[in-house]
Design a protein. Sequence first.
Length: 147
Amino acid sequence: MHTIPADAWVMVGDGEKALFLKNGSDDAHPNLSVVREMAHDNPPTREQGTDTPGRRADNGIGHKSAVEETDWHRLEKERFAKEIAERLYKAAHRGEYQKLIIAAPPQVLGELRKNLHKEVEERLVFDVPKALTNHPIDEIEKALINA
């Protein structure tokens, strides 16, 4: 069981959407409200890639091997995670929050962790490796408390 500190920010994100919430109440009875929202258009790889996977020559004559296709969707998720990390840094630097909680799917959370500035890491209370962006705010509160 966790508590959401008063005035703490909660960032709930995935590869396409990020919600920045603030606890406007106390630790015992959190009341999250939306402070900011970010959206990122990230269509599936099949809609982003235009070429077929490449091929390269092997050592044998006339032999070719397929080259792994680029996962454009994953790359866009990583790029969006960097944008979220940058937004969190700017807000921390301006003193908009002192405590932070992050909830994101494991892959996005890992990418966020790699890109968090030290100033943001110092404010991180806990994180939750779970996709919560499409949940109502009351369910987000419960999921964070029970994490």
